[in-house]
Design a protein around this ligand. Structure first.
Ligand code: SF4
Ligand code: SF4
Length: 178
């Protein structure tokens, strides 16, 4: 079995909630408490994943990855006082992704993590934030709308395999809550 398929199989049988560092957030995730209770808790997200969540239409690398992405989006949409810590390192979505090896993204080879970090950095710079910045959902979503437009998305994401589907562009134009 190739290593990617074996990683996908491993993830599909994993309890993703065990990978969430915050104890209370982990409990909520495990109990599928997606609609409330997240106020004041922090979820760590790779900065460029802010764009990816706008473009989500149920597609992804494995069923565990899609489920994790869907849950993350549900939590963000339902909890405006949730705090998001923006990072340029692997996050909960990476933990559920078959392309993570150790603590790095290896989707396009061993140098991929560097490129992904640069992308995270570009998104942070568009938003005027730094790695480690923490911001509430209710402040973050309008900030994304104000600071990142279609041209930025094309410049940053033009090489991504999902870009040509147009979902990320549509999602960004529409906004996550629409
Ligand atoms: S084009 Fe790719 S990297 Fe960019 S937002 Fe969409 S899925 Fe994410
Ligand atoms: S490991 Fe790479 S491809 Fe997978 S979610 Fe993280 S950044 Fe995206």
């Amino acid at each position: 079995m190739n290593p990617e398929n074996s990683r996908a199989k491993e993830i599909d049988s994993m309890d993703i909630s065990k990978l969430i560092p915050d104890f209370f957030a982990r409990k909520l995730w495990a109990n599928t408490g997606l609609k409330s209770g997240w106020e004041g808790l922090t979820l760590k997200l790779r900065a460029h994943h802010l764009l990816c969540i706008h473009g989500f239409r149920g597609l992804g690398y494995t069923s565990a990855f899609v489920d994790t992405l869907r849950r993350t989006i549900q939590i963000i949409k339902a909890n405006e006082n949730l705090l998001i810590e923006l990072t340029n390192e692997c996050d909960i979505l990476c933990f559920a992704c078959p392309h993570k090896l150790g603590n790095k993204c290896v989707k396009d080879g061993f140098s991929c993590e560097k490129k992904v970090r640069e992308l995270d950095g570009e998104v942070l710079s568009c938003l005027g934030l730094k790695p480690g910045s923490t911001i509430s959902v209710k402040a973050l979503l309008p900030l994304i709308q104000r600071k990142i437009d279609e041209k930025d998305l094309e410049r940053m994401c033009g090489g991504c395999e999902w870009f040509d589907l147009g979902y990320c562009r549509e999602g960004l134009t529409r906004g996550l809550l629409q």
